[in-house]
Design a protein. Structure first.
Lengths: 417, 153
């Protein structure tokens, strides 16, 4: 499982060779995968880690005393330790809770911490560029607890408008914000927002689903309080998500889902919840998925997060320049046009062609992009859009992917022109 | 690109670029019905002017992809001026077209072959069945029309 690579040896062609799905041929063309923002493609190391787990070690965790059960537990807890290292959790593995996905992590945040700590009139401050996963749980909490959900607006340059932030911060108990927009590619100044929120006595939650596989994360340095992401957007498997918070906060959070594995004791007159992350991991957890996630962390660390960030930065710059040159305004990028604090998510609005038609034409070229509202309807409304066609990069992306994207886009523009 | 040309036939692109019967009717007396496809955000508003069992006029507004827009335009042209009974028949035939597997369209010996000629220009939408996720785009206007007719009764 040793990655055997250093930062300086990062080679996207090797990552491509490591990723079996990228050899697929669809509609007589080799696949051009530009949908990593929706889900990234696992390298062979991840797929093999899952197979190896099922072939050699499968057993339930935290129960058996036999050899393979111990090994299964070691796989599971090993992934927890790997994640803690990957995001530099100050309290280590004890601060990492495994969930089903980032959405469940947000529900854990709202329904456990939120329900216990927020009362009528308290404000949760989100932004107009949030994914529905960081909006709907707060509206649900508003229904039962009477909290207020407030939105930081987004400027015409697709960045957060923080000009009125001191006013917006009044009554705020939690600022919950995305590290990187899944529509715009905008990277938000999390460290600054965290410092500001703390000055106002509020805690900070971060939706890192789009950022965690694309640039280095250090929750200790960011000084945030909650950090949420999913496995399948970081080259890992589906069905597993991560919830991190400081140990002091985690220990004070009431249980979320009840059942086996999350208890210290159960009697006929009640129960005592377990301490630590187990308290939030009721039932048999996604064990094979942690095997895959642990392998994904090792793989990403082997590539080097800074090298990945630099590579995707270059790809994004090249794509933005060529889109502007080749289509002369017929293809509009919905997101920052400058490369500063911007990731490899490129939402396109093609004049006179609906995003679904764009994606349909692109599919015939083997190009995978995502059409639609990207689970960010408040943001789409803000920019008066019903849908965009979104292309997004991963560590295996190459300039050749952009070549095919542009070829297919030209076809779409001509066809509907 | 043969599949793609099957989906985006010239008739479809023509109705997308120059949609027929765009606009609104005063409501009341016209019936106004909204249709919505939450998956892709397509929206349609259908206005129906029915007098003595005849769909005298139909107007459409809204936005969506070429399939939903051309399907609504083609629909308006196909049903305008027809009796409500005939409109319902056309809706049923069109929805059958959208559920028929491509193989049975090709099979001359299919149990109940669809009379594509009876569908006229609407038959241009038959390529949609090869693209299952787009069927909802094509049927949005028809379901909305059907809902409007139900409100009449």
């Amino acid at each position: 499982m040793a990655p055997g690579r250093t930062v300086s040896s990062f080679d996207p062609r090797q990552v491509r060779a490591d990723t079996p799905l990228l050899t697929r041929v669809v509609h007589d063309r080799t696949i051009t995968y530009l949908d990593s923002a929706a889900s990234s493609l696992p390298p062979r190391a991840v797929i093999e880690a899952i197979s190896r787990y099922y072939e050699l070690r499968h057993a339930n965790v935290h129960r058996g005393v036999y050899q393979t059960a111990n090994e299964a537990t070691a796989v599971y807890e090993g992934a927890r330790a790997a994640i803690a290292r990957f995001i530099n959790a100050p309290g280590g593995a004890n601060e990492i809770v495994f969930t089903k996905n980032a959405t469940e992590s947000f529900n854990l945040l709202a329904k456990s911490w939120g329900a216990a700590n927020l009362k009528a009139g308290d404000v949760v401050l989100v932004t107009e560029m949030e994914h529905h996963a960081n909006i709907v749980p707060w509206f649900q909490l508003r229904e039962v607890a009477g909290i207020e959900v407030r939105f930081i607006p987004v400027n015409d340059d697709y960045r957060l408008d923080l000009s009125d932030i001191d006013e917006l911060m009044k009554g705020v108990k939690l600022v919950s914000v995305t590290a990187m927009s899944n529509v715009l590619g905008t990277i938000n100044p999390i460290k600054e927002i965290a410092a500001l929120a703390h000055r106002h006595g509020a805690l900070v939650a971060v939706d890192a689903a789009q950022s965690v596989a694309h640039f280095a994360t250090d929750v200790t340095d960011l000084d945030v309080d909650f950090f949420i992401f999913s496995g399948h957007k970081m080259l890992g498997p589906t069905g597993i998500g991560v919830f991190w918070t400081r140990e002091s906060i985690l220990e004070a959070m009431p249980p979320f889902l009840g059942g086996g594995g999350m208890i210290a004791d159960v009697r006929t007159d009640g129960y005592t919840p377990a301490s630590g992350p187990s308290r939030f991991e009721a039932g048999t957890p996604p064990i094979a998925e942690t095997a895959g996630l642990g392998a994904a962390v090792l793989y990403l660390e082997g590539l080097g997060m800074d090298a990945i960030a630099e590579h995707e930065h270059d790809l994004t710059g090249d794509a933005l320049t060529r889109l502007a040159l080749e289509f002369e305004g017929r293809v509009r990028v919905i997101g920052p046009s400058d490369l500063e604090s911007r990731g490899g998510v490129i939402s396109l609005d093609v004049e006179g062609v609906h995003a679904h038609d764009v994606a349909q034409v692109l599919d015939q070229f083997g190009v995978c992009v995502r059409p639609g509202h990207h689970c960010a309807k408040p943001l789409m409304r803000r920019f008066n859009l019903s849908a965009t066609a979104r292309a997004s990069f991963g560590p295996y992306s190459l300039v050749q992917d952009t070549d095919v994207l542009l070829e297919a886009l030209s076809h779409a523009v001509t066809m509907f022109g | 690109m043969s599949n793609l040309e099957d989906l985006y036939r010239e008739v479809i692109l023509d109705h997308y670029r120059s949609p027929r019967n765009r606009g609104e009717l005063a409501s009341p007396p016209a019936i106004r019905v909204e249709g919505f496809n939450p998956l892709c955000g397509d929206e349609i508003v259908v206005y129906l002017d029915v007098q003595d069992g005849v769909l005298v006029d139909i107007k459409l507004t809204g936005h969506g992809c070429s399939i939903s827009q051309s399907s609504s335009s083609l629909m308006s042209a196909a049903v305008k001026g027809k009796s409500v009974e005939k409109v319902r028949e056309t809706i049923a035939t069109f929805k059958q077209l959208m559920t028929v597997h491509q193989a049975s369209l090709d099979e001359a010996s299919a149990a109940e072959p669809l009379d594509l000629r009876a569908l006229g220009e609407l038959a241009a939408l038959q390529g949609v069945v090869k693209f299952p996720v787009r069927i909802k785009c094509a049927t949005l206007a028809w379901n909305t029309l059907s809902q409007g007719l139900d409100e009449l009764e």
